[in-house]
Design a binder for this molecule. Structure first.
Ligand SMILES: *Cc1c(COP(=O)(O)O)cnc(C)c1O
Length: 385
């Protein structure tokens, strides 16, 4: 199926009498039947037919089909957040006494899922430097049941060789999950590289307009059905039909947004790399990135998130740079139309997180603006340091 067919038609049943080009938002929590017998038939198939919106909703079902097709998966689920999707997938395939191997410096709440929540239920973990796939092998114990990948990982943009890590997992009967938020399915499809399941924070590129928090999980029919019938239904982090509709709408322009964000990121990264006040640019699209060759091998393009280390003497200089930027809003998250900045020094507080990162680090998300406006803005900011 080609991309246009997935984004423009797939799952959009236009034969139910709506006669609408744009599919409806079925904003209903429950569904009704003409007879008891008809209800009885639906109850038997509550994950495939409309009974109650937590389990099945037509607007959400449309989105599930598109996500599965985009990720080259058999099936997909939609959650009320990316964190919910990751947690449900991990919990579905681990039990008390198991051990999980995860890439170091994953998304912060993935880290807390392992380091705080699952530890309480007797699930152990090891964080590994994923730049060498063999580190995953070395961390395997007899009770290892799950590998978590996030390539590239958050903030430091270290890649894992997805095919190599997943091959090691297969040898040991270990289930693999890759957080693919950074790439969107257009720039990387981990299932094609042997990964069992793929998760996204759909809040980011998939929605693309900074107005929805949602998550998705894609994989085989069997695995998705297993997550759905247990963790998804029990933990109950289902999306609202309206958010699912906004996501379908956001997806329409995914190819255009991804190309623009990646084009802009390339221009900005090259400018920053050549600037004397920038010590380092962490972006796998640059030849200077230590894993640039792997990025070219497993990713179609490199998306618009990067971090820089400023050549700043103190946090005050970093703040002068950040405060003077006009095009880059100071905010968390990313993946929308708007460029953003996320200075690590703003988060190195009492939480104790991020203290392993330099205070000179600023994460930049490169949005869809005119690239020259972004570069001019950064040029002015760097001059004020
Ligand atoms: C934002 C993010 C998440 C969490 O997604 P939410 O939708 O905020 O719950 C997970 N992984 C990555 C890489 C993210 O950027």
């Amino acid at each position: 199926m080609d991309l246009s067919e997935i984004l423009t038609h797939l799952g959009e049943d236009r034969e139910r009498g709506y006669d609408a080009v744009v599919p409806p938002i079925v904003q209903s929590g429950n569904f009704t039947y003409p007879t008891v017998a008809a209800m009885r038939a639906v109850v038997q198939q509550e994950f495939d037919r409309p009974l109650y919106t937590r389990g099945y909703n037509p607007t959400v079902a449309m989105l599930r089909k598109k996500i599965a097709a985009l990720e080259h998966a058999e099936d997909a689920l939609v959650f009320s957040s990316g964190s919910a999707a990751i947690a449900a997938a991990v919990i579905a395939f681990t039990k008390a006494g198991d051990h999980i191997v995860c890439v170091q410096k994953p998304y912060s709440w993935t880290k807390k899922l392992l380091a705080e929540l699952l530890l309480r239920f007797g699930v152990e973990h090891t964080f590994v430097d994923g730049t060498d796939a063999e580190n995953y092998r070395r961390a395997i114990r007899p009770n290892t049941s799950f590998f978590i990948l996030e390539s590239p990982n958050s903030l430091t943009f270290e890649l894992q060789d997805i095919a190599a890590v997943c091959a090691i997992a297969k040898e040991h009967g270990i289930v693999t999950l890759c957080d693919n938020s950074f790439n969107s399915p257009l720039f990387q499809t981990p299932i094609d590289l042997g990964c069992d399941m793929v998760a996204h924070s759909a809040t980011k590129y998939l929605n693309g307009h900074s107005d929805v928090v949602a998550g998705v999980l894609a994989g085989s029919h069997e695995r998705i059905r297993r997550v759905m019938s247990k963790e998804f239904m029990t933990l109950g982090a289902c999306p609202s039909p309206h958010d699912a509709w906004l996501l379908v709408r956001g997806l329409r322009t995914l190819p255009l947004r991804m190309e623009r964000s990646a084009d802009n990121a390339e221009k900005v990264a090259r400018f920053l790399e050549s600037h004397p006040n920038v010590k380092r640019v962490h972006w796998p699209g640059l030849e200077s990135h230590p894993q640039h060759a792997l990025a070219r091998k497993q990713m179609k393009r490199v998306a618009g998130l990067m971090s820089i280390e400023l050549d700043a003497p103190d946090a005050a200089a970093v703040e002068r740079f950040c405060d003077s930027l006009k095009c880059f809003l100071i905010a968390v998250s990313w993946g929308g139309y708007e460029s953003l900045q996320w200075p690590v020094c703003a988060l190195q507080g009492p939480s104790g997180y991020y203290t392993d990162l330099p205070f000179t680090m600023v994460r930049l998300y490169i949005g869809l603006e005119e690239p020259q406006s972004l570069i001019t803005d950064l040029e002015h900011g760097l001059a004020r340091m």
